[in-house]
Design a protein around this ligand. Structure first.
Ligand code: AMP
Ligand code: TRP
Length: 329
């Protein structure tokens, strides 16, 4: 079975964008791949965090993974910081990457544009830690949103460089970008990605939002002044975003939905979409509430830790040895 690795960092509460762009795909992938999914808590420290909020979000993501349908019998779910090999491998890969290539990472460039002096070093080296997260497990594929594709490319380059310096050691993985839903946009500003850091809380839907609030957010999503339910990303970004959400959550094609709402205007379309989103998130919330304070969650994370750490520990020990560190055995 081919292997996949991915993670989400616990920096904000999960949004509908995270669900559609990431978690929902993991749930499909667990059927076909040996899936490792983790909570990338070390990555959260690239910015200063409130400790008790961070700890709550780590557990929340784990609970939402399961509530959204990840099955611990099929997928290995773990917390990144509980496996020291991630940080250790990150250092070895810092010794395999160049400042120049990290400088080219667009996410870093965006974040450091205003004031690089107040940006933590870890924000700069973050893609190397991400490469370590990936390469430790020798995956075939890494599912990520399109904003993370560049980081996976970097991981590939680092793997190839390490292999050419030290002999074949890392598998060189392929990124997998979801076709639909790669980028769910802000409901109020549909040219921007939906994110917890959006300007207004009406622009994003949280998986923890009250169901009525969710419906209202969909109904008050920005559309345009004509009334055609038609996909046109350039001219009709708002309605196109809603069509994408509708399509992913209903398994209907965009064309089927367009046909369904011919000559109906936006009202019915939005009302139906509001129901679809609220119903699906409602089901997720029910499962989340069952698991969040149960002992089962800890058991799942312990089992995931045990399985992942065996692989990671072996790999880091071998990497150290490949590089000539320590004593020869
Ligand atoms: P983040 O919350 O930015 O750490 O993202 C975690 C995962 O969710 C990554 O795979 C992102 O690409 C994905 N993601 C975040 N926001 C969105 C969005 N608005 N649309 C699609 N995918 C998203
Ligand atoms: N950087 C990713 C994000 O912001 C999260 C992440 C960390 C990740 N390590 C990873 C994703 C390894 C895939 C594989 O979304």
């Amino acid at each position: 079975m081919q292997r996949m690795v991915s993670g989400i960092k616990p920096t904000g509460e999960l949004t509908l964008g995270n669900y559609i762009g990431a978690i929902k795909n993991f749930v499909d992938f667990q059927e076909k791949y040996e899936l490792f999914v983790f909570i990338a808590d070390l990555h959260a420290l690239t910015t200063i965090q409130d400790k008790s909020k961070l700890r709550k979000r780590i557990k929340d993501i784990a609970a939402f993974y399961i509530a959204c349908g990840l099955d611990p019998e099929k997928a290995t779910i773990f917390i990144q910081s509980e496996i020291p090999a991630h940080s250790q491998m990150s250092y070895l890969l810092e010794c395999t990457s160049y400042v120049g290539e990290l400088n080219r990472m667009t996410q870093y460039k965006d974040k450091s544009k205003d004031d690089s002096a107040s940006i933590q070093t870890s924000m700069f080296t973050y893609p190397v830690l991400m490469a370590a997260d990936i390469l430790l497990y020798d995956p075939d594929f890494v599912p990520v949103g399109d904003d993370q594709k560049q980081h996976v490319e970097l991981a590939r380059n680092i793997a190839e460089r390490f292999n050419s310096r030290n002999g074949e050691f890392f598998k060189v993985p392929e990124p997998v970008i979801p076709k639909a839903g790669a980028r769910i946009m802000d409901l109020q500003n549909p040219t921007k990605k939906m994110s917890k850091s959006g300007d207004t809380d009406k622009g994003y839907i949280l998986l923890t939002d009250n169901l009525n609030l969710i419906k209202n957010k969909i109904k008050s999503a920005v559309t345009d002044s004509d009334t055609l339910v038609k996909f046109d990303k350039e001219k009709k970004p708002g309605i196109s975003n809603l069509l994408t959400i509708y399509s992913v959550l209903s398994n209907l094609t965009i064309a089927e939905i367009e046909n369904k709402y011919t000559n109906q205007g936006y009202g019915n379309f939005k009302k139906d979409l509001a129901e679809i989103v609220a119903t699906q998130i409602g089901k997720i919330q029910e499962k989340y509430n069952q698991i969040i304070n149960s002992n089962k969650l800890n058991q799942i994370l312990d089992a995931g830790l045990e399985k992942a750490s065996k692989i990671a520990h072996k790999k880091i020990m071998k990497a150290n040895s490949k590089l000539g560190l320590g004593r020869k055995k």
